[in-house]
Design a protein around this ligand. Structure first.
Ligand code: AMP
Length: 122
């Protein structure tokens, strides 16, 4: 099992060493816009705790953290006006590890919307 890299870019954002364009924050979660948007709306939702990926999160995080991250996906989609309640829907996804195409080794969910997101995988 690889260990958490405290110098990854999202760890630096959490420590406020580098800025982000914040959308939402609570005790367990931070959400901000992706620097290189792949769709009209492209947000990221991350846990504040040091978790490498979804597997690491689900094996070590508390139930509170797990619920908070999951609920934040819907909360953020509402803030962005792309939920099924106040918009036309979105896609939430997380890349896990090498084959998943994960680049930043801190768990993050992508939220895409604001237009048809398109083909599920390339
Ligand atoms: P992944 O390939 O799933 O690890 O996604 C990493 C995402 O982080 C990419 O969509 C990048 O555009 C995004 N990203 C990298 N650095 C930053 C940053 N400083 N602020 C916001 N998003 C970033």
């Amino acid at each position: 099992m690889m260990s958490y890299d405290k110098n990854n870019i999202f760890a630096k954002i959490l420590r406020k060493e580098i800025p982000c364009n914040k959308i939402f924050e609570n005790d367990h979660v931070l959400s901000f816009y992706d620097l290189n948007p792949q769709k009209k709306i492209h947000a990221l939702v991350i846990p504040k705790g040091e978790y490498i990926n979804l597997d690491d999160f689900n094996s070590r995080a508390s139930d509170k953290e797990i619920v908070a991250l999951n609920k934040a996906l819907t909360e953020v989609s509402k803030i962005l006006g792309i939920s099924t309640e106040n918009g036309k829907g979105f896609r939430a996804l997380t890349n896990v590890g090498d084959h998943g195409g994960q680049e930043v080794p801190h768990l993050h969910f992508h939220i895409f919307g604001g237009e048809k997101v398109g083909k599920m995988v390339e």
